[in-house]
Design a protein around this ligand. Structure first.
Ligand code: FRU
Length: 482
C-alpha cells in the first residue's frame, strides 16, 4: 500500500490528525446552501455517481470524491449501502493506494457476481518521467457487506488507435453470461466514442471487441464521450444508451450548458446501435455523468454539477451533490424520469394552499411543490430577499424558462447565460423539489427534467405567483447517515 501525498494528489490515508474535522467545521459554516435530502459530500468535492448495484438485499452507491477541498484532486470512491435511499450506511471507500491508480480512482460501475460486488473503475495515473496520463481499467472486489477484498489492474494503457482518454467502465452481463464493459474514449483523431471489452469471467483478461457505433448521433465537434451506460428495457424490448458527450454545439432550447448528458433509445445489435430517438437527459443548469442500476426497475442517479465549474459553496470547502434516485421509463421512445416512489411515500401529506402575489410558505426551500399548469402561461418567483434576489420559473404556453439572473452569479452564467429553456407544449403537471440550493423540476410526470443549483443567501420563504392560484405542498424526508 502506498500513501500518496503530492499536492492535490493526496489520499485520505495522508490526512493529518484533525485535518478532515477542521474542513468539516468550515463546511458547517455554510448555513445557506447545504441540502437536507440530497447526498452531498461531508467535505470536499463530489462528482459522478459510481458503482450503483443492488446486491439482492440492499443497494451499493458510490460517488467520486475528493475529501480535502472543493476541487478536482485525488479522486476516491465514497461508498454507502442503503435499503430505502433514506438511511445510508458507510462502507469501505475505494482509496487510491496502488501504482495503477496513483492519481485517482476515476469513474466506473459495478456488477453483482456470485456473492461479490465487482467494481470496474479507471485508475488515473501519470508517468513520472513526463507526467503523461496513462489510464488503467481496474477491478476491485467487495463483499456484499461493503468490505473491500482486493484490487487488480485489468488493462494498462489505452488500446491502439485511442488517446490516453479511455475511462469510466460500466459493466453488464451478456445473454450468454459473459461480462462486458463499455468505456468512454477518444480516438486518435480527437473524436469521442465508446469502446467495449469482454471477459468470460472475473479472472479472465479483457479483450477489446470494438467501438459502439451510433450513426444517428451528430458527433461533430465532440471530442470525448464520458460515462457511457448501456442497458436494455426488457418490457419495451428497447435498448437505451446514456452518455456524456463533450464538445457538442449548444442549441437554443437543448444542450445549453458547457457539457451535456444525452440518451439514445433504439436497438442494439452486437455493437451497432440503431437509435430512434436521441435527446438531452436533463435541461437544467447542472446535470452530468448519470449512471443507472437495475432492481425490478431501472433507476438513475446524476451528478448535480458539471466539469470545470466553481460554485459559491467552494468557499465552505464543499462542492456538488447527487440527484435523488430517478425511476426511468419509456413512453414512445422518450425516456421519462421521476423520483422513485419511496421519495413520495416518505413525504409528509400533501396540502393544498392558495397562492397570490405574496405568499409565505414555511420551509419553502426544502419543500416539494406541485400544480397543474393547465397549459397556460404562468410565472412564479421564489425566495425574494432584501437584495432583490429571486429564482423565476415562467411558461409562455410552449416553453418553460428557469431564470437564475437575479441569483448569485456563477462563472457558468457569465459564459453560458442565466436562463435555461425547455420546449414543452401541453404542460400540465409541474413538480419542483427544492432543497436549499437545488431545484429538481419534473414536467408532465417526468417527460422532461430540469435540475439546477441556485444560490440565494438570506432568502425569504416567499412565493409570488401569476396565473397559478393553488399549489400542493409537502416535505420530503431528510437523509440519515449511520
Ligand atoms: C466525469 C469524469 C469522468 C472521470 C471522472 C473523474 O465527470 O470526468 O470521465 O472518470 O469524472 O472524476
Amino acid at each position: 500500500m502506498i500513501i500518496f501525498n503530492n499536492g492535490k494528489y493526496k489520499s485520505i490515508y495522508a490526512a493529518e490528525q484533525n485535518e478532515l474535522a477542521q474542513i468539516a467545521e468550515t463546511v458547517a459554516q455554510d448555513k445557506d446552501f447545504r441540502p437536507i435530502y440530497h447526498l452531498a459530500p461531508p467535505t470536499g468535492l463530489l462528482n459522478d455517481p459510481n458503482g450503483l448495484v443492488f446486491d439482492g438485499e440492499k443497494y451499493h452507491l458510490f460517488y467520486q470524491w475528493y475529501p480535502f477541498d472543493a476541487l478536482h484532486g485525488m479522486k476516491h470512491w465514497k461508498h454507502f449501502t442503503t435499503q430505502d435511499f433514506q438511511t445510508f450506511r458507510a462502507a469501505d471507500d475505494l482509496v487510491p493506494c496502488e501504482l495503477f491508480e496513483s492519481h485517482g480512482c476515476y469513474s466506473g460501475g459495478a456488477l453483482l457476481v456470485g456473492d461479490k460486488i465487482a467494481v470496474f473503475y479507471t485508475g488515473n495515473t501519470r508517468r513520472p518521467s513526463d507526467n503523461q496520463r496513462v489510464p488503467y481499467q481496474n477491478l476491485a472486489i467487495f463483499t456484499k457487506e461493503g468490505k473491500l477484498l482486493s484490487k487488480r489492474p485489468l488493462i494498462e494503457n489505452a488500446p491502439q488507435g485511442y488517446t490516453e482518454h479511455v475511462r469510466d467502465p460500466k459493466p453488464f452481463f451478456t445473454a450468454e453470461g459473459k461480462i462486458r464493459f463499455i468505456c468512454g474514449a477518444q480516438r486518435e483523431n480527437l473524436t469521442g466514442t465508446a469502446i467495449v471489452f469482454e471477459m468470460d469471467n472475473l479472472d479472465d483478461t479483457p479483450r477489446l471487441l470494438g467501438e459502439l457505433t451510433l450513426p444517428a448521433f451528430d458527433n461533430q465537434n465532440v471530442f470525448m464521450w464520458e460515462c457511457p451506460d448501456l442497458f436494455k428495457r426488457s418490457h419495451e424490448e428497447k435498448d437505451v444508451f446514456i452518455w456524456s458527450p463533450q464538445g457538442k454545439a449548444r442549441e437554443q432550447e437543448q444542450f445549453q450548458n458547457n457539457y451535456h448528458a444525452a440518451y439514445a433509445v433504439g436497438k442494439l445489435d452486437n455493437l451497432h446501435f440503431t437509435a430512434e430517438h436521441i435527446a438531452e437527459l436533463d435541461q437544467g443548469f447542472d446535470f452530468y455523468a448519470p449512471q443507472t442500476f437495475y432492481n425490478t426497475q431501472t433507476t438513475m442517479f446524476g451528478w448535480i454539477g458539471l466539469p470545470d465549474l466553481t460554485y459559491p459553496t467552494d468557499r465552505y470547502k464543499w462542492h456538488s451533490m447527487l440527484t435523488m434516485p430517478r425511476a426511468l421509463r419509456l413512453v414512445d421512445d422518450q425516456l421519462y424520469q421521476q423520483p422513485i416512489t419511496e421519495i413520495y411515500q416518505n413525504m409528509t401529506a400533501l396540502q393544498s394552499i392558495s397562492v397570490t402575489e405574496t405568499t409565505e410558505i414555511p420551509n419553502l426551500d426544502r419543500a416539494y411543490l406541485t400544480f397543474d399548469a393547465e397549459n397556460r402561461p404562468f410565472k412564479l418567483s421564489f425566495f425574494h430577499n432584501t437584495q432583490n434576489q429571486r429564482l423565476t420559473l415562467s411558461y409562455d404556453g410552449e416553453t418553460l424558462c428557469l431564470d437564475r439572473n437575479a441569483t448569485e452569479q456563477t462563472p457558468l452564467m457569465e459564459q453560458f447565460g442565466a436562463q435555461r429553456y425547455c420546449h414543452i407544449p401541453n404542460l400540465h403537471k409541474v413538480e419542483i423539489f427544492f432543497d436549499r440550493s437545488v431545484a429538481e423540476i419534473f414536467l408532465n410526470d417526468g417527460e422532461k427534467a430540469m435540475t439546477s443549483r441556485f444560490f440565494i443567501a438570506d432568502r425569504e420563504n416567499h412565493l409570488s405567483a401569476e396565473n397559478i392560484s393553488t399549489i400542493q405542498i409537502a416535505y420530503p424526508q431528510a437523509i440519515k447517515y449511520e
